[in-house]
Design a protein around this ligand. Sequence first.
Ligand SMILES: [Fe+2]
Length: 376
Amino acid sequence: MAIISYLTTVRLDPGARRHLAEDLKAAGISRPLMITDRGIVAVGLLDEVRASGGLDSDLPVYDGTPANPTEEAAYEALALYRSAQCDGMIALGGGSAMDLAKAVAVLATHDGDLQSFAVVNGGFAKITAQTAPILAMPTTAGTGSEVGRGAIISFKDGRKLGLLSPYLIPKRAICDPELTLGLPPMLTAATGMDAISHCIECFTSPVDNPVAAAIAIDGLERAIKALPRAVANGSDIEARREMMVAAMEGALAFQKGLGAVHALSHPLGGYRDLKLHHGTLNAVLLPPVLRFNESHCGKTYPRLRQAVGLTDGGDLAGFIASFAAGLGIPMSLSALGVPESILPDVAKAAMLDHTHATNAKPTTEADYLAMLREAY
Ligand SMILES: [Fe+2]
């Protein structure tokens, strides 16, 4: 049975941030906590959004969002949410700020510790409509978390786990490509490759959702054309807008399910000391996963080849590898500083990731290890 569900109201276009006050009202938020990170504050984006959105000068702000959102940061932000008597959040930033806001939205309205809400701990059924509302304002084009129902949190015990619920979907999203103009080329490339990996993995997943599949293909076509332009010239507002659309579409396709790329990049991203970027990891993992899945993608690969401009029977994995390398991404796990000794543990953890079940081809621990070695 195909289940197709779209919920978030999105305001998209350069300058969309000026409608923040009215969108907060529409989301039912009167006392927001701003969740962001210090980089956003340092480059003046917080001040810009505060001024252009007409927000109160005493707006409570949590700017401690780490590069990979952590359990500790969620509890810190929760304390501020409670002390400032907030009734919702504005998430201003990349996937980390948005995912952190989702964790706070659950903690603020439910009993239980954060790990009990992870999807692998039965969290899907525990997260209810009581979840606090979020208005998302992405400053990167990659994760698509502004329209996604998931959040990935790094826990103290080293695990990186997903929260998943339709109640985590932000009530409103303001996608203003002007907020991404200052994103440096490497982050533009890495976050863009995350969006591309979402489109490809969702399109090839075996879950039946033709609407999500069509959205994923559209996102892929846009990203393949726009990402090199956005990396080469960060002020290309049209390319930035296209990437924002592609990122959103990648996440709108999530309900079709991700696969082995994310099953591997989630546990790899859980090694906090290594500080691995999620999108960079996905770029490195995509080629071996595409090769591994090929035997089960006889129907989907021809359309993917067409979307990226390859001829019939073209080498999809080879195309993605040279596309990402051309954006300046170091295309091996060893180049990213991953120690070879952790690969068996990563393969084991991938079997437990919530995206494992929807990979295009059934995958064993040995298969994961082989893909990791190929990516090494
Ligand atoms: Fe991702």
